[in-house]
Ligand binder design. Structure first.
Ligand code: ADP
Length: 221
């Protein structure tokens, strides 16, 4: 089913969201107050309109009320981001995703009705930091302030060992939820499964427990 999206603010983040959604064949209404931005996106988005998103009447006229999911990419102008989000929430939009500039901005956005708050620079910074710590850490997904999921490649310390021998849950308190072996994904790995080079473990746990796991088993000395 084709869903309708609107992207407000076509900076680096909003512009990239708009481009990808359009490439995936979604219907996208692109809004920015900057004419040059709208010219850049007029052949990419379904509709591209120059408008100030903090103007309630304009948003109504654009039919934003009928859109399933609105993404607000207004970055630096925090006041405009907050005003726009409040209006979208009052309109009863089903899904509102907003880019936050910092933690305080993020907290306010949640309080005023954003369903999803994203911190692209902060999250990418964390991802990069983890991949720098070890080449074996392939990806990183934050579930909450305290929990995350990581994807790690079999380290030298794990190679040839079974999950039972590694005792990841007993020793570090984290759970191996799946193991990727080439194209195959094993979602309920047995304790006797022996880890091979280039296998990828998907591990869930608290930040503290995963840090211990990374330090002792993932990072090769
Ligand atoms: P990024 O950091 O993702 O590049 P920016 O803050 O640089 O984000 O860009 C935000 C975009 O939002 C700009 O293109 C700007 O013209 C647009 N914008 C800012 N305020 C408004 C507003 N009130 N209405 C519509 N677009 C806006």
């Amino acid at each position: 089913m084709k869903r309708d999206f609107a992207v407000i603010g076509l900076g680096r983040f909003g512009g990239s969201v708009c481009r990808e959604l359009s490439l995936e064949g979604m219907s996208v209404l692109a809004i920015d107050m900057n004419e040059a931005k709208i010219n850049e996106f007029k052949n990419i988005a379904t509709h591209a309109v120059i408008a100030d998103a903090t103007d309630e009447e304009t948003l109504k006229e654009l039919g934003i009320n009928n859109i399933d999911h609105v993404i607000v990419g207004i970055g630096e102008n925090i006041q405009a981001s907050i005003l726009t989000t409040v209006m979208l929430s009052d309109f009863g939009i089903k899904k509102i995703t907003v880019k936050a500039q910092n933690d305080y901005h993020g907290r306010i956005l949640k309080k005023i009705g954003a369903h999803q708050v994203v911190h692209p620079e902060r999250d990418m910074g964390k991802r990069i930091a983890h991949s720098i710590i070890s080449n074996n850490i392939l990806d990183y997904l934050e579930l909450s302030d305290e929990h995350r999921i990581i994807e790690v490649k079999t380290s030298q310390k794990m190679l040839g060992k079974t999950l039972e021998q590694l005792a990841i849950r007993a020793k570090y308190g984290c759970n191996v939820v799946a193991i990727k072996h080439g194209e195959e994904i094993n979602v309920s790995p047995r304790a006797q499964l022996q880890l091979q080079a280039n296998d990828v473990l998907i591990v869930i746990g608290s930040n503290e427990d995963l840090s211990k796991f990374e330090k002792h088993l993932v990072i090769d000395d």
